[in-house]
Ligand binder design. Structure first.
Ligand SMILES: [Zn+2]
Length: 397
């Protein structure tokens, strides 16, 4: 185990660093893993989970190399307003911290010369197709060089932090980014090709992402590998499958703004179960998920949608996370201001100031805002519609 401290920003009070821990794997062939927590500074559970993983791997050395960044964004974690952590957006620019990782595919095409993507066929023809590890190593090197070049230019801090974290993650075969949602059940975002792997976290809910770049770390990590693998397959279908071996996931570990020691063991088991399935650590887990009776509800990315506040007011939810609802069910109420309603006659005061929020379609409630008051257009619920399911018998091991 080796601890590192990488300078990232010169502050008024001195130098800010990213702290991270590297574990050397015992098997050079085992897949390596990068685990990061806290890019959103108000999502605290990932930090606790990451600390316990460090503790775990200190006494149970992993098979693959593992890098853990337990507090990726100290600026955001330190940004307190009273008891509230203002951790989702950069205080300098207002930008969402998890939307500014670099689109390496575009960058490699446009900025790096000679580019593997501009002249892919001749680039790949220089490889020994019988030895895919050499090809993977060359691609990792190309991505490292691209990020090093990108980081040479001065840029806003939210971009620099993302690029530096992305640089720390390049070269690893698996990327896990730990987050939390407003008030929510645990769930996982997976690239669609890794849906079966995502089952090994044993979570009840999952969102399947198509081949797209969206600025978050999981997408920034899997998108280049997905494009690369498809081009390898197109070039030489005999030697390469369409599906990348690389995997990255965003894990949403319950409610933001709180540390939940009650669910800590479940979160640790979820991650260790996946890493065991992946071949990156040996099994030391009791009751490894998914259990025999496990069933996961998942949906396509476009079916994971928000229910917005149709007007401003004070909000009260009448449903629970994880609950299944039908179209037209009342999910909660908004209490509006009574000023200027022009109340006349004996009509009910409450009828005029309350407005029910109803389910737009049959769905599962995955997250509920923790805000007690909202403006028009703020999200109240995150719902999973058009659900599909996987059971334990649908997955291989
Ligand atoms: Zn987050």
């Amino acid at each position: 185990m080796k601890a590192h401290s990488k300078p990232i920003r010169s502050l008024i009070s001195g130098q800010l660093c990213i702290e991270y821990i590297d574990f050397k794997g015992r098997d050079p062939k085992a897949p390596s893993v990068y685990i990061q927590a806290g890019i959103h500074g108000d999502e605290l559970q990932g930090f606790i989970v990451a600390q316990h993983l460090i503790d775990y791997f200190s006494s149970h050395p992993p098979l693959g190399d593992i890098r853990i960044v337990p507090l990726a964004n100290a600026m955001a974690s330190n940004a307190k307003t009273g008891e509230y952590t203002y951790g989702r957006f950069c205080t300098d620019t207002g930008e969402n911290w998890n939307r500014h990782y670099l689109d390496l595919v575009s960058y490699l095409k446009e900025e790096t010369a000679p580019s593997p993507f501009l002249d892919f066929e001749s680039w790949v023809s220089t490889f020994d197709v019988e030895n895919p590890h050499v090809i993977d190593a060359k691609f990792k090197e190309a991505m490292k060089q691209a990020l090093d070049k990108y980081l040479e230019k001065p840029m806003a801090y939210h971009k620099k932090l993302c690029a530096q974290l992305q640089r720390l993650s390049i070269g690893y075969d698996t990327v896990l980014d730990l987050h939390c949602d407003s008030g929510s059940v645990p769930y996982v975002y997976t690239p669609s090709y890794a849906l079966e792997s995502a089952a090994y976290f044993g979570f009840e809910f999952c969102v399947s992402i198509p081949k797209k770049f969206g600025g978050a770390l999981d997408e920034a990590a899997f998108y280049p590998w997905w494009c690369f693998q498809e081009q390898l397959h197109q070039n030489s279908p005999k030697h390469f499958s369409k599906q990348p071996k690389f995997e990255s996931f965003t894990l949403e570990l319950g409610d933001m703004q709180s540390c939940n020691l009650k669910d800590l063991d479940m979160h640790l088991q979820a991650i260790l179960s996946y890493l065991y399935y992946r071949g990156s650590c040996e099994e030391k887990v009791q009751n490894r998920p998914p259990s025999p009776e496990w069933e996961q509800v998942y949906c396509e990315y476009e079916d994971f949608v928000n229910v917005w506040a149709t007007e401003g007011g004070f909000f009260h939810s009448q449903v629970q996370v994880g609950q299944k609802v039908n179209k037209g069910d009342v999910l909660g109420v908004l209490y509006r201001s009574s000023v200027s309603l022009g109340l006349e006659g004996p009509q009910s005061y409450l009828q005029n100031i309350t407005k029910p929020i109803v389910a737009p379609e049959n769905a599962y409630i995955v997250a509920i805002t923790s805000a007690g008051s909202v403006h028009e257009g703020m999200d109240l619920f995150r719902i999973l519609r058009s659900p599909k399911s996987i059971t334990r018998s649908d997955i291989k091991k």
